[in-house]
Design a protein around this ligand. Structure first.
Ligand SMILES: CC(C)(COP(=O)(O)OP(=O)(O)OC[C@H]1O[C@@H](n2cnc3c(N)ncnc32)[C@H](O)[C@@H]1OP(=O)(O)O)[C@@H](O)C(=O)NCCC(=O)NCCSC(=O)/C=C/CCCCCCCCCCCCC(=O)O
Ligand code: FAD
Length: 669
C-alpha cells in the first residue's frame, strides 16, 4: 500500500477485492522491474514523510512565496541527496516526487546534457564536475522573444575577436532577448546560450556557448548582462514556481574555449572548422529531452486517471430506489467510455516511453561509432511521440477534471494545478504542430524513396509492404475478431500508409514540393498522427510478447492494449473509413467490442490505478486519496483557505457594509 499519509479506513476495499489480478506484479510491469518498484516507493515515501516537501497550501502562496518555497525545497532535496549518498537514479526520483518545477529541472535536464552532448572531453572535464557539485547552476537559453520554433532564425550573435581570443556575445535587437529559459530569471549562474557564430566576417549559424551570467560571490548579474523573470504564468501555483527568464547581452566577452566545440570549432586564428558529423547533432539536447517528456506524459496522465478512477468509485449519483444505494458514477457506461481509454493510454505511453528510451540509447551508441543512419528516425520518433503523448495527456487531464464533476474544479482535487503545470508541455521543447510537421517531412521522404526500391526500416518498415497495405481489406467479421492483434495492426498500418501516400500524391500535383507541403499541412498533421499512433499500438503489442509475470497481469494488459487501439479506431473512424481500411459495419463491431472490454476493466479499475503506486503526497488530491475518505478531506481542506481565516472578510467595512446600508436607505424611500 503506497499511501503513507492515508487514513485508517479503506473505503475502496470493496473495489480492491474485485480485482482479477496480482496488483504487486502489475506494479512491476508498470515500473519496469522489481528494483524500480522498490526504489520508486522508497523515494516517494522519503519525500512524503518530510515536512519541508509539503505542498498542500501551494496554490495559496503568492508568486514570491512560491518561488522562495521552491528554492527551499530544491536546497533541502540536495541536502538529503548528499546526506543519504543517493545514487543518480534515486536522486532523480526524489526530485520527481518533490513535484515542484524549478531551476534544478533545467540544470539537470538540459544544461548538463547540453555540455555532455556538445562539449569536447576537455570542456566536459572542466564544467560537468562543477555542475554536479552545484558550484554552478545552469540553464538552457535558446528561445528568444522573436523566435522559438525557428531555431535558425535566432538573432543573438557571438562574434569572434582574434585580438583577444574571445567571443563577443550580443543581443542586437529587442526580439533577440532570450525569453523563456527556465531557471534563468533568478537562479542560474550560467547558461548554455545559442547564438549565431560569426568569425572572419562570416555567419556560420547557430552554435552553443557557455556563458556566466551572475557573480558566484553575490549572485549579481555580470557587467553587460540584463536579467529578470518574464512574469506570472497560467494557473495558481503550477509552473509559477519556475523563474522563466529574460536575458540581454551588451557586448559580453567570453573566452573562445567556452564555445561548445564537439561538433565544430573556431581556431585561435578564427578559422571555422566543422567536424565530419551531421549539423543536426546541435539539436541533440532537444532530442534527449523530448524522449524524457514522453516518459513524463505517462506519469502526468496516470496521476490524473488515478484521481478520477478512485473518486468515480466513491462518488454516487442517482439510481436510489426506495432508499436503496445510489449508483457509483464509475458504473455509468458514459463514465467508463470516457475514463477507461485514458487509463489504457497511461499504460500505452508508459510502454512506448520505455521503448523510446531504449531507441535513444541505441542511437547514441551508433553515433559514438560514427553511424548516423538512424538519426532521422530518432528525430521523427522523439518529435512525433512527444507531440502526440503531450497533446493527448493535456486533454486527458482536463477530461479527468470534468469526470470529477464540480469537485474536480477545486484546487484541492489536484487537477487544476496538474493541468496548468502540464499543458505547456504541448509547447515547450518544440510546439506540437511544428514537431508533427517534422514527422510528416520524414514520412514524405520515406514514401518518395519507396519508388526507388529503398527498403524502409525501423518504425517505417511497414511501408515496405506497400503492395499489400494499399489494397488490403480487413477480414473482421465479428466483434471478437477485433481481439486479434494482427487484425488491429493491419488496419493501423494500412491507414497510416494510405494517408501518407495520399499526401505524397497530392503534394506531387502542386507547382512545387514546398507549396504542396504548405497547402497540405493540415492533412500532413493527420498523417503524422496516424503514423505515431501506429508506433504506440505496435509497441504495446510488443510489450505483451515479453515475459510478463503475475496472476492475471497479462490479461489485464491485453485488455488495456485492445482498448487503446479500438478507442483510437473509434475516435478516428473517419480516417479508417475514408481510406477504405474498414467498412462501417467493421467500425460498429469495433465499438461493440470496446463496450465489452470496458465491462471487463470495471472490476479491476481501482486496482489498475493502485498499480501506479502513488503516495497521497504525490497525488496531492483529496479526491484521489488511497483510502477514498473524500468528503471529510474536502470539508477540512476548505477551511485552510486564507479567506476563511476570519469570519468577517477583509473589505467588509469599506465595500460591503456601505452597500448594505445604502440599500437599506433606498428600500425605505
Ligand atoms: C526542427 C525545427 C523545427 C526546424 O529545424 P531547421 O533546421 O530550421 O529546419 P529543417 O530544414 O526542418 O531541418 C533540417 C534537417 O534537420 C532535421 N532535424 C531537425 N531537427 C532535428 C533533430 N533534433 N535531430 C535530428 N535531425 C533534425 C530535419 O528533419 C531536416 O532533415 P532533412 O534535411 O529533411 O533530412 C527546429 O527549428 C526545432 O527543433 N524547433 C523547435 C525548437 C525547440 O524545441 N526549442 C526548445 C527550447 S528548450 C525548451 O523548450 C525547454 C523546456 C523546458 C522543459 C522543462 C521540463 C521540466 C519541467 C518539469 C515539469 C514536469 C511536469 C510533469 C508532471 C508530472 O510528472 O506529474
Ligand atoms: C513553460 C515553458 C518553458 C520553456 N522553457 C524553455 C527553456 O528552458 N529554454 C528555452 O530555450 N526555451 C524554453 N521555452 C520556449 C519554448 O521552447 C518555445 O516556446 C517553443 O519552442 C515554441 O516556440 P514559440 O514560442 O516561438 O512558438 P511559435 O512558433 O511562435 O508558435 C505560435 C504558433 O505558430 C504555429 N507555428 C509556428 N511555426 C509554424 C510552422 N512552420 N508551420 C505551422 N505552424 C507554425 C505554432 O503551431 C503555434 O500555433 C519554454 C516555453 C514554455 C511555455
Amino acid at each position: 500500500m503506497a499511501a503513507v499519509d492515508g487514513g485508517e479506513v479503506d473505503h475502496l476495499a470493496g473495489e480492491r477485492a474485485t480485482a482479477h489480478f496480482d496488483v504487486d506484479a502489475m506494479k512491476v510491469a508498470w515500473a519496469g522491474s522489481r528494483h524500480a518498484v522498490e526504489v520508486n516507493d522508497r523515494m516517494a515515501r522519503l519525500v512524503a514523510s518530510d515536512p519541508v516537501f509539503r505542498k498542500d497550501t501551494r496554490t495559496m502562496l503568492s508568486r514570491k512565496e512560491l518561488f522562495k518555497d521552491t528554492l527551499k525545497k530544491a536546497a533541502h532535496a540536495w541536502k538529503r541527496i548528499v546526506e543519504l549518498r543517493l545514487t543518480e537514479e534515486e536522486a532523480n526520483l526524489l526530485r520527481l516526487y518533490v513535484d515542484q518545477p524549478g531551476y534544478v529541472d533545467l540544470h539537470w535536464g538540459m544544461f548538463v546534457p547540453a555540455i555532455k552532448g556538445q562539449g569536447t572531453e576537455e570542456q566536459q572535464k572542466k564544467w560537468v564536475p562543477m555542475a554536479y557539485k552545484f558550484q554552478i547552476i545552469g540553464c538552457y537559453a535558446q528561445t528568444e522573444l522573436g523566435h522559438g520554433s525557428n531555431v535558425q532564425g535566432l538573432e543573438t550573435t557571438a562574434t569572434f575577436d582574434p585580438n583577444t581570443d574571445e567571443f563577443v556575445v550580443h543581443s542586437p535587437t529587442l526580439t533577440s532577448s532570450k525569453w523563456w529559459p527556465g531557471g534563468l530569471g533568478k537562479a542560474s549562474t550560467h547558461a548554455v546560450v545559442y547564438a549565431r557564430l560569426i568569425t572572419q566576417g562570416k555567419d556560420y549559424g547557430i552554435h552553443g556557448f557557455i556563458v556566466q551570467l551572475r557573480s558566484l560571490d553575490d549572485h549579481s548579474p555580470l557587467p553587460g548582462i540584463t536579467l529578470g523573470d518574464i512574469g506570472g504564468k497560467f494557473g495558481s501555483g503550477a509552473y509559477n514556481s519556475m523563474d522563466n527568464g529574460v536575458l540581454r547581452f551588451d557586448h559580453v566577452r567570453i573566452p573562445r574555449d567556452q564555445m561548445l566545440m564537439r561538433l565544430s570549432q573556431v581556431t585561435r586564428e578564427g578559422k571555422y572548422v566543422h567536424s565530419d558529423v551531421p549539423k543536426q547533432l546541435l539539436y541533440g539536447t532537444m532530442v534527449y529531452v523530448r524522449q524524457t517528456i514522453v516518459a513524463d506524459a505517462s506519469k502526468a496522465l496516470s496521476r490524473a486517471v488515478c484521481i478520477a478512477v478512485r473518486y468515480s468509485a466513491i462518488r454516487k449519483q442517482f439510481g436510489s430506489q426506495a432508499g436503496g444505494p445510489e449508483t457509483q458514477v464509475l458504473n455509468y457506461k458514459t463514465q467508463q467510455s470516457r475514463l477507461f481509454p485514458l487509463l489504457a493510454s497511461a499504460y500505452a505511453y508508459r510502454f512506448v516511453g520505455e521503448w523510446l528510451k531504449w531507441l535513444y540509447t541505441d542511437v547514441m551508441q551508433k553515433l559514438e561509432a560514427k553511424d548516423y543512419s538512424t538519426l532521422p528516425e530518432a528525430h521523427a520518433c522523439t518529435a512525433g511521440l512527444k507531440s502526440v503523448t503531450t497533446s493527448a495527456t493535456a486533454d486527458a487531464i482536463e477530461e479527468c477534471r470534468k469526470l470529477c464533476g464540480g469537485h474536480g474544479y477545486l484546487n484541492s482535487s489536484g487537477l487544476p494545478e496538474l493541468f496548468a503545470v502540464y499543458v505547456p508541455a504541448c509547447t515547450y521543447e518544440g510546439d506540437n504542430v511544428v514537431l508533427l510537421l517534422q514527422v510528416a517531412r520524414f514520412l514524405m521522404k520515406t514514401v518518395s524513396q519507396l519508388a526507388s526500391g529503398k527498403q524502409p526500416v525501423g518504425t517505417t518498415a511497414y511501408m515496405g509492404n506497400i503492395q499489400y497495405l494499399m489494397q488490403c481489406k480487413s477480414a473482421v467479421n465479428t466483434a471478437g475478431d477485433w481481439l486479434n492483434p494482427a487484425a488491429i495492426k493491419e488496419v493501423f498500418e494500412a491507414r497510416a500508409l494510405r494517408m501518407a501516400v495520399n499526401c505524397a500524391q497530392n503534394i506531387s500535383k502542386a507547382p512545387s514540393q514546398e507549396e504542396g507541403f504548405s497547402e497540405l499541412s493540415p492533412d500532413l498533421l493527420e498523417s503524422a498522427v496516424a503514423h505515431v499512433q501506429l508506433i504506440i499500438v505496435t509497441k504495446f503489442f510488443e510489450k505483451l510478447q515479453q515475459d510478463i509475470i503475475g496472476h492475471g497481469v497479462k490479461e489485464q494488459l491485453q485488455n488495456l492494449c485492445n482498448i487503446y487501439a479500438l478507442f483510437l479506431l473509434h475516435k478516428h473512424l473517419g480516417d479508417f473509413l475514408s481510406t477504405g481500411c474498414i467498412t462501417p459495419k467493421q467500425g460498429a463491431l469495433a465499438n461493440e467490442q470496446l463496450g465489452r472490454l470496458y465491462a471487463q476493466v470495471r472490476p479491476n479499475a481501482v486496482a489498475l490505478v493502485d498499480a501506479f503506486d502513488y503516495t497521497d503526497h504525490y497525488l496531492s488530491s483529496v479526491l484521489g486519496r488511497y483510502d477514498g475518505d473524500v468528503y471529510p478531506a474536502l470539508y477540512a481542506e476548505a477551511w485552510k483557505d486564507p479567506l476563511n481565516e476570519t469570519v468577517i472578510p477583509d473589505g467588509y467595512q469599506e465595500h460591503l457594509r456601505p452597500l448594505l446600508k445604502q440599500q437599506l436607505k433606498f428600500s425605505r424611500l
